[in-house]
Design a protein around this ligand. Sequence first.
Ligand code: NAD
Length: 283
Amino acid sequence: MAKLLMGKEVSARIKAELKAEVEELKKQGINPGLAVIIVGEDPASQVYVRNKELACEACGIYSEKYALPEETTQEELLKLIDTLNKKESISGILVQLPVPKHIDEKTIINAIDPKKDVDAFHPVNVGKIMVGNYDFVPCTPAGVMELIKESGIDVCGKECVIVGRSNIVGKPQAMLLLHQNGTVTICHSKTKNLKEKTKNADILVAAVGIPNFITGDMIKEGAVVIDVGINRLENKKLCGDVEFESAEKVAGAITPVPGGVGPMTIAMLMKNTVKAAVVNQSK
Ligand code: NAD
């Protein structure tokens, strides 16, 4: 039976550590603050934003929430970002994605001051991750790295296979694994003989967005399996990209969904917000 990598527990530990750190920083006059902007009524996004607010409370981080109507124009959103870029009490800015179709996501990301870009989506921060000299690590891949650490496996020299090549998960995940000397393969929708690749993985990260896509027969005996996927089924239940039942029989360690990568993403966002406050203070 595979070891369960409980993100929920690890994230609670990280948040408790951050709370103590924030208390110390406040004594030095450094007050981390996060602004979260949400445009429209997407129910999943509403839940994510609420969880981010709660995490701020748990860590003693000041937060501001801007819930804007669906019909908000790109100019209005850019104006708000500009105000927050200049606002001293705000060290981190996050625009919950996706934004409505009439707003260009890239333009929005580019407008956030890289020093306050706690999602690490701005091209400046993406470039810094590429060269291995960065302040902010994108939250989901960073959370995955923490869970891999929790599994006890040393990434150095391991076959790491990522299924998914998105800018927010797959690509930065590859960089982080590479920085720890993993041998990285990125698979995607055009990859041929996928099973051959996944079966070779000592560390397998699934970020596909298709329920139960990775099955037990695609996994190497004893592998660490990290399921980034969050999919809502017709019966309203959440499930990952990995078919948990068959996978846990083969894997050495595996993340559940929910309670695996999801809570880690938020803990890493808190970490980046605290870091932003420190970094911005010293610049
Ligand atoms: P995305 O849709 O941007 O990317 C999906 C990737 O899967 C693409 O790169 C595509 O090439 C690949 N893919 C699609 N079909 C494939 C196939 N048949 N074979 C191999 N590869 C295939 O998705 P994303 O934003 O990277 O998110 C992936 C999943 O992770 C989603 O379920 C999302 O909800 C979840 N997610 C979770 C968190 C978290 O905090 N846990 C954060 C971000 C995303």
